[in-house]
Design a protein around this ligand. Sequence first.
Ligand SMILES: [Zn+2]
Length: 76
Amino acid sequence: MSQFTAGHHAVDELDSRHQLTAADRCDSCGAQAYIRVTMQSGELLFCAHHGAKFKEKLSPTALEWHDETSRLFESN
Ligand SMILES: [Zn+2]
């Protein structure tokens, strides 16, 4: 998983705004979303799996990449 590193502005918004909830669902598979991507055309929600899958493709044009996948590994 070394290629899945936090990008430019992924981490510093974790504990402030845009907290994703169980009601937020991945646009690709319907699982709980942990990543919200803001594009010029709108917002996309992804689970950890699809966020990682699409990050390389989308991140160059994303306005914001909000990543809460670290919550998956902090199980308290
Ligand atoms: Zn998904």
